[in-house]
Design a protein around this ligand. Structure first.
Ligand code: F6P
Length: 361
């Protein structure tokens, strides 16, 4: 009898829209095309692999989930030491436990869906001898080697909607609104939602801002009869001054700040500089929830089916990606090698500047 093909599905790191659509894509494609397939669903990301906590997945588990947010398998974050290890709270490596589960279950490969951190830790598992195939997911769109990630477009839709709704209150009350969007390291989400919603200012981690420049723009708007202004601000936006601080000084500054996040500091500064009332809106994890948009459902399904093809072809240690509309796969080494920041000469930034959006620089 033909040997079984055994794979384990893992969703790891922050959740996002489209994870279930991707799980469904992998599962349906494998059950459809591989005769003797056994699929293990690991609970709560790498935790399930570490603690051997999983379920056998049947074809019915992959039905009726394309529209649902979150992940049916659960997820978790692990402590990752850059390029070195995944450890518990005592600094003990967890990779041997994961390898043990992998061997005991007789797995052919792990199919791991995750963001930047997950790609990097998946590479450590590959280095430890496990076969790994990864799928790029995150609302941040900051994974190297893929034009986009599932989750991103759904989050852009939500963030755009939030700013659309804020517009009427900003206008009625002639206020400045700073809307803080997710994105610690990269500004893709804030830029896209900012352009789509007609924000006046876009502040992103890649372009340190000078608050005086933002205030100047707001004053200029007032002079031409536009009595309100919308600032789309990434949670990782940084002032020109703070961008010069080293990691330790920047951590201390955040700890001692009067404000919970950067947007509150910016709103207070703008109020002082312009004399205009300013408010903050933080949609937070709302941006990661709810049903995936149709684009993400299709993208996650394509990624899932492509991951199944890699299993069939025994092509391991690769990340599925989309480049110029084509689904491809790239070496995991490359995907995990760096973060895809928003290039400051990106065409979208150029367009934004051409229509007068201010980046505070
Ligand atoms: O990476 C996705 C993301 O939503 C970031 O945009 C954000 O900074 C972070 O995760 C928040 O993480 P958590 O859900 O652990 O608070």
């Amino acid at each position: 009898m033909k040997r079984k093909t055994r794979v384990a599905l893992i969703t790891s790191g922050g959740d996002c829209q489209g994870l279930n659509a991707a799980i469904r894509g992998v599962g349906k494609a494998l059950f459809e095309q591989v005769d003797n397939i056994e699929i293990f669903g690991m609970y709560d990301g790498y935790r399930g692999l570490i603690e051997r906590d999983y379920k056998f997945m049947e074809p019915k588990d992959f039905s009726g989930i394309i529209t649902s947010g979150g992940t049916i398998l659960g997820t978790s974050r692990q402590h990752y030491i850059p390029g070195k290890d995944i450890v518990d709270e005592n600094g003990q490596s967890l990779i041997p436990d994961m390898l043990d589960t992998y061997n005991r279950l007789g797995l052919d490969c792990l199919i791991v869906m995750g963001g930047n951190g997950t790609q990097k830790s998946a590479k450590l598992l590959a280095d430890a001898g496990m076969n790994v195939i990864t799928l790029p997911k995150t609302i941040d769109n900051d994974i190297w080697g893929t034009d986009t990630t599932f989750g991103f477009q759904s989050a852009v839709d939500i963030a755009t909607n939030v700013i659309d709704y804020i517009h009427s209150t900003a206008s009625s009350h002639s206020r400045i609104f700073v809307v803080e969007l997710m994105g610690r390291d990269a500004g893709w989400l804030t830029l896209s939602a900012g352009i789509a919603s007609g924000a006046d200012v876009v502040l992103i981690p890649e372009i340190p801002y000078d608050v005086d420049k933002v205030a100047e723009l707001i004053e200029a708007r007032k002079k031409t009869g536009r009595t309100f202004s919308i600032v789309a601000c990434a949670e990782g936006a940084v002032s020109v001054h703070d961008a010069k601080l080293d990691e330790e000084a920047s951590r201390r500054k955040k700890e001692n700040s009067l404000y919970p996040t950067v947007s509150y500091a910016i709103a207070a500064e703008l109020e002082a500089l312009t004399g205009q009332e300013a408010r903050v809106a933080v949609p937070g994890h709302y941006q990661r929830g709810g049903p995936p948009c149709p684009y993400d459902r299709v993208l996650a399904t394509r990624f899932g089916a492509a991951a199944a093809q890699l299993v069939i072809q025994k092509q391991y240690n690769r990340m599925v990606a989309i480049q110029a509309e084509e689904i491809v796969s790239i070496p995991l080494d490359e995907a995990a090698s760096r973060t895809k920041f928003l290039p400051i000469d990106h065409p979208l930034i150029r367009v934004a500047r051409e229509i007068g959006i201010c980046f505070g620089d």
